[in-house]
Design a protein around this ligand. Structure first.
Ligand code: GCU
Length: 715
């Protein structure tokens, strides 16, 4: 009897189970390949992928076959075998143009001329699909594009896609240390298990390469910019080689950070002076050793004379001297040097100006294989910065963009913030360096100043958390970087749309509202953290939470009060000619945009002006009232996100639903914390009341000033 009841229960459970959405932990990222429920679409797909064949024999081709087997079987629910030879029934044919006359007869010379070695062509006719390229890597990118179309349930009818990447070096910068901690990492420890490499190859390395390949990322810097010379010693190079060998068939090149003082630390030299012959020789030999092990090694990323890192200025040499020495060492092997322009010192009266002051005089002095890597804004990855003036100032030097995927200043591992709108805002900005339309995009892709070497870097947000990025939505920022590097004309909306559909579901009742949340999220964060051009008012050290009163660090340019300059008269940093005149680093048209306090866009007001508390904003409100309005609307946005998210429960698995729900509630708590702490603090200067329509902070300023977060991650 008991057994019978238990059986009955089991039967009921078994019957209910398939109706529930299976729990997911996020490990599969946007490559889940769930069965498509739309039957007519499925019929169309099946016709287009009948008897699939992939031609070629490289490791990349093997990877493609595995991917297709998994994807086609998953998406259609039928098991597929990928053939290596053309059959009569083959509707789906992939391979380089040289692998088959079927392919080469369909693709014209003109079409081929429009793609580079990584580009691809996809053509479909009823019952025929051709995916081709000049190289197997190009075919792989085409395959991932095709699978993206299927995953996002696009029609495969009459496709005529010719696609080639707009940016050459599409690169992740891992700030990962050899002890596996990650500087500004909010997703666990480093995925690189240096201790066990090269003997233990974690499956994650392959999945990492595969995920990057699926979005076109073709380069990775494995180590922290605050570099450790030990990675350049032989045992570590063996480990690097193991990763490079693994990544190669996925089209990914490996780079390392070079510690400028390595010749002293591991080479036992007395100096690291870049004009010293022995030092130059040391680097040449070291580089040769690296290339003997890793023939396609990408090169080095260098942070020098910044935040205590050693560099050429220690020997009274310039950044160009340092970069060129390394560039000469890697040049015979086609390597490149990415030399960072993130420099500042307390000597300058405005940190905003420092990178320009140090680098502008060096324009044209760098070797051809040097890219100067510039952070998107003049300070440091803040929620909103104007574009770095360097983008309009270095016509004779190829500049690469550095974005930060890891959300150091954007709520770290707990806030949902989709960064594509931030990236696009910067790329769209007009430097006017060669007249109207001299956008940052054109500087970065090399078209404005005629450079063929170009790159965009994203400081990685990847760790060993099961879902890779900690916050489930942080994956979208990794995804966005890859997609935008490939084609910076994609809109934030399209990127969000693709990502949501692949990561969660194609159901429009889920996609539309979630997309709205994502697209609003960055502005919401700006509002509850640093509205109207406030900047760098976060907690010191770990940078989690508000600390606008911060004034205890011994370098003024590390203290929040340096950045907002609040006093009885007003708030904001005067960077006009009456102030530090940092605005003069921009073209006159940009200066004109920001110079006049009454015309300056609200978003940038306090970046460039010390505005009176009763300054009239574009809304008609006083500055103080506008500040109260913005802080409150930031909080309200998060409340709305939570409400919206709650209504979407039935569309996705419980695990991810719950995790995101809880994270959104942390985000709300933090938003309220930011709002209350900042308004109470700035109120001590404005002496104005918080307008009655807004919530009153429930605690005193002292309460917020006494909050101590001792162990925030990533520090
Ligand atoms: C920020 C960050 C540091 C990092 C630095 C850099 O200042 O807080 O952790 O090292 O940027 O980009 O070099």
């Amino acid at each position: 009897m008991v057994i019978l009841i238990m059986r009955k229960k089991l039967l009921i459970i078994l019957l209910i189970l398939p109706a529930l959405v299976k729990a997911e932990n996020g490990y599969d990222l946007w490559l889940r390949y769930k069965k498509i429920s739309n039957n007519s679409l499925l019929d169309q797909y099946k016709k287009q992928i009948t008897s699939p064949v992939v031609l070629g024999s490289s490791q990349t081709i093997t990877i493609i076959k595995t991917e297709l087997t998994q994807a086609f079987s998953g998406l259609t629910g039928i098991s597929y075998k990928i053939s290596s030879a053309l059959e009569k029934s083959s509707a789906f044919i992939a391979g380089t143009v040289s692998t088959s006359t079927v392919i080469s007869s369909i693709i014209t010379k003109e079409e081929l001329g429009r793609i580079d070695n990584e580009g691809f062509i996809i053509k479909t006719r009823p019952g025929k699909t051709i995916i081709t390229a000049k190289t197997d890597i190009g075919v792989m990118y085409g395959i991932f594009h095709f699978l993206r179309l299927m995953q996002t349930q696009q029609s495969l009818v009459d496709l005529n896609i010719i696609s080639t990447p707009k940016i050459k070096v599409r690169i992740l910068n891992h700030w990962d240390n050899l002890n596996r901690t990650v500087e500004r990492g909010y997703a666990g420890f480093s995925i690189w298990d240096w201790h066990k490499l090269p003997d233990l190859i974690d499956k994650r390395y392959v999945d990492y390469a595969r995920a990057n390949a699926s979005i076109g990322i073709n380069s990775t810097v494995l180590t922290n910019v605050n570099a450790n010379a030990v990675v350049l010693t032989e045992p570590y190079l063996e480990k690097v080689k193991a990763l490079a060998d693994l990544f190669r068939p996925y089209g990914i090149k490996v780079y390392l950070t070079a510690r400028f003082s390595a010749p002293i630390e591991i080479g036992k030299l007395k100096t690291a002076d870049p004009v010293n012959d022995t030092v130059q020789l040391w680097w040449k030999q070291k580089v040769k050793e690296v290339y003997e092990m890793i023939p396609d090694f990408g090169g080095f990323l260098v942070k020098a004379n910044s935040e205590g890192q050693p560099g050429p200025q220690d020997y009274k040499r310039t950044h160009a001297d340092g970069a060129n020495m390394l560039a000469d060492a890697v040049a015979p092997f086609n390597g490149i040097i990415m030399w960072r322009a993130f420099v500042y010192s307390s000597a300058s009266n405005d940190r905003f100006k420092q990178a320009y002051e140090e680098f502008k005089p060096l324009d044209g002095k760098f070797r051809k294989n040097v890219l100067v890597q510039v952070k998107n804004g003049p300070i440091d990855f803040q929620p909103r910065e104007p574009f770095s003036p360097l983008f309009g100032a270095m016509a004779q030097t190829p500049l690469m963009m550095e974005f930060q995927l890891t959300q150091e200043y954007l709520g770290q591992g707990t806030h949902l913030v989709f960064e594509a709108p931030l990236f696009k805002e910067v790329l769209h900005a007009d430097t006017y360096s060669k007249g109207k339309g001299s956008t940052v995009t054109k500087v970065i892709d090399g078209s404005l100043n005629d450079f063929s070497l170009n790159g965009i870097a994203g400081v990685s947000n990847i760790g060993n958390d099961i879902n890779w990025c900690g916050h489930p939505f942080a994956q979208a920022n990794w995804y966005a970087l890859g997609r935008l590097c490939w084609d910076y004309n994609l809109s934030s909306e399209q990127i969000a749309d693709e990502w949501i559909k692949q990561t969660f579901t194609n159901d429009p009742l889920f996609v539309q509202p979630v997309k709205k949340i994502m697209l609003q999220s960055r502005e919401a964060l700006v509002n509850y953290m640093t509205p109207l051009g406030l900047t760098h008012i976060m907690y010191n050290g770990h940078h989690y939470g508000p600390m606008p009163w911060g004034n205890t660090l011994n370098r003024p340019d590390w203290n929040p009060v340096y950045y907002h300059k609040a006093d009885a008269a007003g708030v904001g940093f005067d960077r006009t000619a009456k102030g530090t005149n940092a605005l003069a680093q921009y073209a006159i048209e940009v200066q004109n945009e920001f110079n006049d306090i009454n015309k300056c866009p609200d978003e940038y007001l306090l970046w460039f002006h010390h505005a009176a508390w009763d300054h009239k904003m574009h809304s008609g409100r006083t500055l103080w009232d506008e500040l109260c309005y913005r802080y409150n609307s930031g909080v309200d946005s998060v409340r709305a996100f939570i409400k919206q998210w709650y209504s979407l429960k039935k569309y996705i698995d419980e695990d991810r639903f719950k995790q995101i729900d809880q994270l959104l509630n942390i985000q709300l708590k933090d938003a309220i914390w930011w709002r209350n702490a900042c308004l109470l603090y700035f109120q001590t200067f404005s002496n104005m009341p918080i307008p009655p329509q807004y919530e009153k902070p429930g605690r005193t300023l002292e309460y917020y000033q006494n909050i101590r977060i001792l162990y925030a991650p990533g520090n």
